[in-house]
Design a protein around this ligand. Structure first.
Ligand code: ZN
Ligand code: ZN
Ligand code: ZN
Ligand code: ZN
Length: 619
C-alpha cells in the first residue's frame, strides 16, 4: 500500500478493474489467504446508477430478464484506501500448504521439496501445528478444479491420491512434493504419509480426463448453498472437472458488453415512418417512390427533415421483416458516426455525444483513394457492463460487438436485477474506409491466399479448444486489416503525443454498414481531458503515414514476418505477422485481447506477400 496522498484520487481505475479482473467469481490473493469475489447478491454500499438504455436493453436480452439496472461498483468515498468496501468475498480455496522446508527422497533417489497439504479444518488459528508443536504459517494451495460452465471447488485431494489404491478411505496426512522448479505438473506429486500412495498432478491434466470427476455445480461466489446442476450442452450430463491454476490467466474472463452512448436518431425516424407507413410507404418499391410519396401532403409533413435514402432504408428494413430485429451495437454506432455533418465553427452543444465530419480535400492519393470520411468526436461516453464470466476460454464477441445468446456464461447474481457498469467520458477520432477499395483489395489473389492462411490458423485454434463452429466465427479479412492498422495507429499516436500506451482505445467496425476505426480516450482521468484526440484527428494523415511506415518492419523480422498462423508449435494461431515487437499493445487498449492481427494485410513486409491494403511499391 502506498503512503498517504500517493494513491490516485479517482475510483475509476479500481472500478474498471472490478469489471475486467476482479468481478464476481474471480479469485484474488490477500496477504494470508485467497478469496473468491462474492456475487452481486453480496455487494453492498453506495452505488451510483448509470443510465444507458441501449446497453441495458442488450443486457436484458442476454440475461433473459425484463428489466435491468446498471450501477457503478460500490466505492467507499470516505475511505479511499478501503478499495474493496461493499464487496463481500469468501475464503477459497480451503486447502493450504504449510510453509516448511523439508525434503523427501523418492525410491529413484530424486529429491523433492515437500510440504504438508492441509484442509482448513485441520489448521489451528489459521496455522499448521507441526510435530514439534510449532505454529507454521500456511499459504493457499495453487490448484483448484473448475468446469467450463464456471463452477469451481476444491480438489478432493484424498480421493485424488487414493483413487487408484486399495485404501480409498484413507485420510492420512497428505504432502505436496515438488521437484525441479515446481512448475512442471509431471514433477509435482501428492503423497499420503500413512499408506504411501503417491500420484503426479499431471494425471489431472490429461485432456478430457476423468481423474477429477464430474462437476457438482458449485458456485461458492454466490454463497455456500448456491449449487446448481451442471449440464454440458453436448452430452446433457455434468461437465468434467478440470485442473485450474489459481493465478493462471485462464482462471477468469469477465464477459462484458460496451456501447458508445448515442442520441437516438433512429427512434425519431421510426416514429415518423410509423405515421404514414400503413397508408402510403409500405407500397414503395425503391427510393424514387419515396420521392414521389413525399409530394403528398400527409407524407411530406410526417417525414419532413429526413432524407429519401434514410426513409427508404427504414422501409426496406420493415419489408424484409427485420423491423423488429434491433440493429447491432456497432451498426448503430457506425451509422451515427457516418451521418455527422461537416464541422463549421466550434460550437459544442450539451450531451454525451458530439461529433463533426472533417474536411479531407488535402489527403494524399494513397489515403484519399481509401479513406472517405474522418470524423472528429469532440465528446463521447462509453458504458461497459459485466454480464457474466467464463473460465478456461474467453467468450468472443462477434464482429458487430454482440455476444451470442448461446455462449456459456457463469452467473454473477442469483436473481439478476442489476449489473455492474462503468462509464468513460472522453473524445475520439473516427476514420471511415471506402467500401469499394476494401472490396477490391479483398478480391486480390494474394489477399485471398493470405486469408486462407489466417483462416487455417483460426480453425486450428477453434478445434484445439473444442469450440463449436457457431460459437466462434472467423472475423474476416477487413476486420483483421483494420484491427492491425488500428494498433499501428494507436502506437504512432501514443508515441507522438505522449499518451500512456493504455489510454487510447479502439473500436473496429467491419460489418455491413461500413468499415471504420474509432480511437478514443478510455478513462475519465486526466488524459481523457487533454483535448488531444480531436487535435490528433485534425492531422491524422500525418499519424497514418507514420503508422504505415512503422508497420513495414518489426525488430523481430524476418522471424516475425515469416510466422505461419497455423503452426502448432508456435501456438500463435490467431496471429499473422504480429508480435510484441510490432502490433501487440497494452491489453486495455485492445477490443480483442490482442488477437486477430496481421500487419501483412496493411503494408508490405519483408516477406513481400503482396496482400497489403496500402500498396505503395506497386502500381
Ligand atoms: Zn493414504
Ligand atoms: Zn460445472
Ligand atoms: Zn513483429
Ligand atoms: Zn486490438
Amino acid at each position: 500500500m502506498t503512503g498517504k496522498g500517493k494513491r490516485p484520487a479517482s475510483g475509476e481505475i479500481r472500478q474498471s478493474q472490478i469489471l475486467s479482473t476482479f468481478g464476481p467469481g474471480a479469485m484474488m490473493d490477500l496477504p494470508n489467504h485467497s478469496v473468491l469475489i462474492g456475487g452481486l447478491n453480496h455487494w453492498k454500499g453506495d452505488r451510483r446508477r448509470i443510465y444507458e438504455d441501449r446497453l441495458a436493453g442488450r443486457v436484458c436480452e442476454l440475461l433473459d430478464v425484463n428489466s435491468i439496472a446498471l450501477y457503478a461498483p460500490p466505492v467507499d468515498e470516505q475511505d479511499p484506501k478501503a478499495s474493496r468496501s461493499g464487496i463481500t468475498s469468501f475464503v477459497f480455496p480451503t486447502w493450504f500448504v504449510a510453509q516448511i522446508e523439508e525434503f523427501w527422497q523418492a525410491p529413484n533417489k530424486r529429491q523433492y521439496r515437500t510440504r504438508p497439504l492441509l484442509p482448513w479444518g485441520s489448521l489451528v488459528k489459521g496455522r499448521y501445528l507441526s510435530l514439534e508443536k510449532k505454529k507454521v504459517p500456511v499459504v493457499p494451495v495453487r490448484f483448484v478444479q473448475a468446469c467450463v460452465n464456471g463452477h469451481i471447488s476444491d480438489i478432493n485431494w484424498y480421493r485424488f491420491v487414493h483413487s487408484e489404491s486399495a485404501n480409498s478411505d484413507c485420510r492420512g496426512q497428505l504432502w505436496l512434493d515438488e521437484g525441479g522448479s515446481g512448475n512442471d505438473f509431471v514433477d509435482i506429486f501428492v503423497r499420503c504419509e500413512s499408506c504411501q500412495a503417491r500420484r503426479p498432478l499431471s494425471d489431472a491434466t490429461v485432456p478430457n480426463g476423468k481423474v477429477l470427476g464430474s462437476c457438482e455445480g458449485h458456485r461458492p461466489w454466490l454463497g455456500p448453498a448456491a449449487k446448481e446442476l451442471c449440464v454440458s450442452p453436448l452430452t446433457g450430463k455434468p461437465e468434467l472437472n478440470r485442473l485450474l491454476v489459481r493465478s493462471a490467466s485462464n482462471a477468469y474472463f469477465a464477459q462484458v458488453l460496451s456501447v458508445i452512448s448515442l442520441p437516438d436518431a433512429d427512434e425519431v425516424l421510426r416514429k415518423a415512418v410509423d405515421l404514414v407507413y400503413e397508408d402510403f410507404l409500405q407500397f414503395a418499391e425503391d427510393v424514387s417512390d419515396v420521392k414521389r410519396d413525399r409530394k403528398k401532403q400527409k407524407v411530406g409533413a410526417a417525414i419532413e427533415g429526413f432524407s429519401n435514402e434514410s426513409i427508404w432504408a427504414e422501409i426496406k428494413r420493415r419489408q424484409n421483416g427485420t423491423s423488429d430485429k434491433p440493429k447491432s451495437i456497432k451498426q448503430v454506432e457506425i451509422e451515427t458516426l457516418l451521418s455527422q455533418p461537416i464541422e463549421v465553427g466550434e460550437d459544442a452543444p450539451e450531451g454525451d455525444f458530439y461529433a463533426r465530419t472533417r474536411q479531407i480535400d488535402g489527403l494524399k492519393p494513397l489515403l484519399a483513394s481509401r479513406i472517405d470520411r474522418i470524423v472528429l468526436v469532440h465528446r463521447l461516453r462509453e458504458v461497459t457492463a459485466q454480464i457474466g464470466f467464463t473460465r478456461f476460454e474467453a467468450a468472443m464477441p462477434d464482429i458487430d460487438g454482440e455476444l451470442s445468446l448461446n455462449v456459456r456464461r457463469a452467473a454473477i447474481d442469483l436473481e439478476p436485477t442489476w449489473v455492474p457498469a462503468i462509464e468513460n467520458k472522453g473524445e475520439g477520432i473516427f476514420i471511415s474506409f471506402r467500401q469499394a477499395a476494401i472490396e477490391q483489395w479483398r478480391n486480390r489473389d494474394a489477399v485471398q491466399k493470405r486469408g486462407l492462411d489466417l483462416y487455417k490458423g483460426f480453425e486450428e485454434w477453434r478445434s484445439q479448444r473444442g469450440i463449436d463452429p457457431d460459437k466462434a466465427k472467423f472475423l474476416g479479412l477487413p476486420y483483421i486489416m483494420l484491427h492491425s492498422l488500428s494498433h499501428l495507429l494507436i502506437t504512432a499516436v501514443s508515441l507522438e503525443c505522449g499518451y500512456a500506451a493504455s489510454s487510447v482505445r479502439e473500436r473496429i467496425y467491419a460489418g455491413e454498414s461500413g468499415y471504420g476505426i474509432l480511437l478514443y480516450t478510455g478513462t475519465s482521468g486526466s488524459e481523457g481531458t487533454l483535448g488531444g484526440l480531436v487535435q490528433v484527428g485534425k492531422r491524422i494523415e500525418y499519424h497514418l503515414t507514420t503508422a504505415l511506415e512503422m508497420g513495414k518492419l518489426c525488430s523481430n523480422d524476418p522471424v516475425c514476418a515469416q510466422h505461419q498462423p497455423s503452426n502448432r508449435q508456435e501456438d500463435r494461431l490467431l496471429h499473422g505477422t504480429a508480435c510484441h515487437g510490432c502490433l501487440l499493445i497494452a491489453e486495455p487498449s485492445c477490443e480483442r485481447r490482442n488477437e486477430f492481427l496481421d500487419r501483412a494485410l496493411v503494408v508490405d513486409t519483408v516477406e513481400g506477400l503482396g496482400a497489403e491494403f496500402f500498396q505503395t511499391g506497386r502500381l
